[in-house]
Ligand binder design. Structure first.
Ligand code: NAD
Length: 522
């Protein structure tokens, strides 16, 4: 089971203990919810990366409890699918309001457990609220088409039905928002969710599920529509992948995880939404506004301590402005206040655990061996301001575009800088990595901008002009191509993945004409 490798201080600070209590988390909390709370599997400890302290322990799911949770979610589906979609939307509206009421506390728990700065913790909960609002509107718009039939006296239409139980596997870096993207949409579409959160962030998942449970109970709805299974990926997660009662698995995590999910779920002809790793580039062209570019790169590369799937990992800058932009970035990096993410003025908190610090060091060493030059930072930070061993200085490194390490997603704040001469070369470099999530171009040249967005431009799921790679809105469909997995979540018509499409034709005539003009029989 994944564990934080921080040196454990075995008690939460008193403020943290009060916060946990207010969110319904006890020193040892049950980690399974399927209408009732249970958990008899091994204990999982959740440590804060902010100071290495133990926050609480969780009793994980046994195989029998995992089995029962899916069975109960499946049973809940039999009822939930018959509830009119706008009524399902009303439940989600109330859930959004409950999140509004708990925003401050839940955001602080995200900060404590995932190490996000408080503004980003609040942003994460706001994202949950926003997707609830979106889903409420959607609950009155789950519409199909009427299609012209080639046969006389026939009407052909397309309708959308609830699909079934959705398994949601989420990553540590968006411990609650990604679940909400799935769960709010699934709920209005008529589908229960069974959530397997990251073992690094079980407490935020319990707190969120408790809020959802309260709203369900107040409305007389079976709370098993928001089920929770905390446990190791390799056991609890894998069972979910193999379970034929779960027609859709939405998995967020590394590309390695995605390969496993695609293979296992594909073998049983289940559906997947895969939201996997990114290796996102910003191209800065000679005409760019450097003020905009600098701010966007700083947020993209340093925000969330470089632990977003959309983090800016590669900077492809024109040779004519390279030195100016790098100098600006070095100055900006020097001013980033690193430290306790719960303090309002902090811009960068810790990495998730000490393993992540080691991964970052290993990536920088590999880059150095391949000829990259560290331009700024990269070192672990120690001393009283940085307890727990998870703090680092963000790194800027000049590197060749084709180094293997540059083509790898290292989940840490490393920005590789490369210098280009002509725009086609920059575009080719942007597209040459295996991942295809987010991309950005800073330019005031309309030809470059339109080329970037054209069929032969960026090959990513997200392409931005004069804004950075990070910080997508929930209204658009979110996801990426290639090893990012091809899934789309959240806005636009992403809801269709959570429903079963049916083409239905009605013959209101007295004859039975066949399509394609076929005559059959005498
Ligand atoms: P991870 O792949 O280590 O874990 C993700 C989840 O998969 C966890 O819940 C884990 O327990 C589970 N898991 C592991 N093995 C499993 C198995 N065999 N069966 C079922 N579940 C299993 O990822 P992480 O370190 O938590 O998160 C970082 C990664 O997630 C990065 O690669 C990042 O880019 C990616 N990510 C992608 C998006 C996106 O929308 N594209 C969003 C956030 C994070």
């Amino acid at each position: 089971m994944a564990k934080k490798s921080n040196p454990a201080t075995r008690r939460p600070a008193s403020a943290a203990a009060a916060l946990l209590k207010s969110l319904g988390i006890t020193a040892v909390s049950p980690g399974v919810f399927d209408g009732e709370w249970s958990g008899s599997g091994p204990l999982l400890s959740s440590f804060s990366p902010n100071d290495g302290r133990l926050l609480a322990e969780v009793r994980t799911a046994t195989p029998a409890e995992s089995e029962r949770a899916v069975a109960r979610a499946h049973a809940a589906f039999q009822t939930w699918r018959n509830v009119p979609a706008p009524q399902r939307g009303e439940l989600v509206r109330q859930f959004g309001n409950a999140l509004r009421a708990a925003k401050r506390e839940l955001a602080m728990l995200v900060t404590l457990e995932a190490g996000k700065i408080i503004a980003e913790g609040q942003g994460e909960v706001q994202e949950m609220i926003d997707i609830c609002d979106f889903a409420v509107g959607l609950s009155r718009q789950l519409y199909g088409l009427t299609i012209a039939s080639e046969r006389p006296d026939h009407r052909m239409m397309e309708q959308w039905h609830p699909l079934g139980v959705v398994g949601v596997i989420s990553a540590f870096n968006f411990p609650v928002a990604v679940w909400a993207w799935n769960a709010a949409l699934a709920a209005v579409c008529g589908d229960p969710t069974v959530w397997k959160p990251s073992s690094l962030t079980p407490l935020t998942a319990i707190a969120t599920t408790r809020i959802a449970e309260r709203v369900c109970r107040a409305n007389g709805v079976d709370p098993a529509i928001f089920s929770l299974l905390i446990g190791a990926g390799a056991t609890v997660g894998d069972r979910l992948l193999q379970d034929r009662r779960v027609p859709l698995i939405s998995a967020t995590g590394s590309s390695q995880l995605g390969g496993r999910v695609a293979e296992t779920v594909g073998r049983r002809f289940g559906r997947t939404i895969l939201e996997l790793g990114g290796n996102n580039a910003v191209i800065v062209a000679p005409s760019a506004c450097l003020d905009l570019a600098e701010r966007a790169i700083l947020f993209g590369a340093v925000g969330t301590a470089g632990q977003r799937c959309t983090t800016t990992r590669r900077l492809i800058v024109h040779e004519s402005i390279r030195d100016t932009l790098v100098q600006r970035l070095v100055t900006a990096y020097q001013q980033v206040n690193i430290g306790d993410p719960a303090r309002p003025r902090t811009l960068m908190g810790p990495l998730i655990n000490t393993d992540a610090v080691l991964d970052m060091q290993a990536a920088l060493a590999a880059a150095g061996q391949a000829g990259a030059e560290i331009l700024y930072g990269g070192e672990p930070l120690t001393g009283p301001k940085y307890p727990g061993g998870c703090y680092v200085r963000p790194a800027l490194a000049a590197a060749r575009h084709d180094l293997p390490i540059v083509h790898t997603e290292t989940f840490a704040p490393i920005l590789y800088v490369m210098t280009y001469r002509d725009f086609d070369e920059a575009l080719a470099w942007q597209n040459e990595v295996p991942q295809g999530l987010s991309s950005a171009l800073f330019t005031n040249n309309v030809r470059e901008a339109e080329l970037f967005l054209s069929a032969r431009g960026s090959d990513c799921g997200i392409a931005n002009i004069n804004l950075g790679t990070s910080g997508a809105e929930i209204g658009g469909a979110f996801g990426g191509e290639k090893e990012t997995g091809g899934g789309r979540e959240s806005g636009s018509d992403a809801w269709k993945a959570y429903m079963r499409r049916q083409t239905a034709t009605v013959n209101y005539g007295a004859r039975l004409p066949l399509s394609q003009g076929i005559h059959f029989g005498t």
